[in-house]
Design a binder for this molecule. Structure first.
Ligand code: CO
Length: 203
């Protein structure tokens, strides 16, 4: 027998390159309600399941400025951070390290980012949080902020590394086309309508 769970939020799913919502420029989030809190809880679930340390809203086909982070990658509520309408400023120094992305599974390459940044964002309770960050947290925050602006880490690679990943990107494009043909991913119009519905409600 199958158990049917009643959910207060839609069933979210991590979308993969080249899903068009990954290129969507996210809008500010204007309100937080129970449904939005359920969405955030589900984003953490998906992130842990996929063994990630950060996940942006447009990676689950949602159009607003929100991302979740837990740099330990292990389920622990004390380590969970939610960034709403984040602003990153005052980049200092440079650091190059290997990155991956849950929307580009199995692909890794070196990305150069600021070593330290300031980040200012709201949390789920509506508190404004301002802090300076460095190390892995600074890297994850810059990666997730890129997502909200429609940028992927593959957009920041040197030409040689990008060339190395090109066969994988082409394979992912073929997989996406096949899934769409099979009706597992909506057509452009359907996706745009879903985005517009979320924006009407929250942005
Ligand atoms: Co990513």
């Amino acid at each position: 027998m199958r158990l049917i769970l009643l959910r207060s939020s839609p069933l979210l799913k991590i979308v993969r390159f080249p899903h068009p919502t990954l290129r969507h420029r996210s809008k500010p989030l204007r309100r937080v309600d129970q449904e939005l809190k359920a969405v955030v809880a589900e984003m953490f679930d998906l992130m842990y399941e996929a063994k990630g340390i950060g996940l942006a809203a447009n990676q689950v086909h949602l159009p607003f400025q929100l991302f979740v982070v837990n740099v330990t990658g292990e389920r622990n509520i004390d380590e969970e951070m939610v960034f709403i309408n984040p602003v990153v400023s005052a980049p200092r120094g440079q650091n190059t390290a290997e990155e991956g992305c849950l929307s580009l599974p199995g692909l890794f390459a070196d990305v150069t980012r600021a070593a330290q940044v300031n980040v200012s964002a709201y949390d789920l309770k509506g508190n404004r949080v301002d802090r300076g960050v460095d190390g892995m947290l600074a890297r994850v925050i810059q990666h997730e902020l890129d997502h909200l602006q429609g940028t992927l880490f593959i957009d920041r690679l040197n030409p040689i590394d990008l060339r190395t990943l090109t066969p994988d990107l082409e394979r992912m494009e073929r997989e996406f086309a096949a899934e769409r043909l099979a009706g597992k991913i909506g057509d452009e119009m359907q996706l745009r309508q879903e985005i517009a519905d979320w924006e009407t409600k929250y942005c």
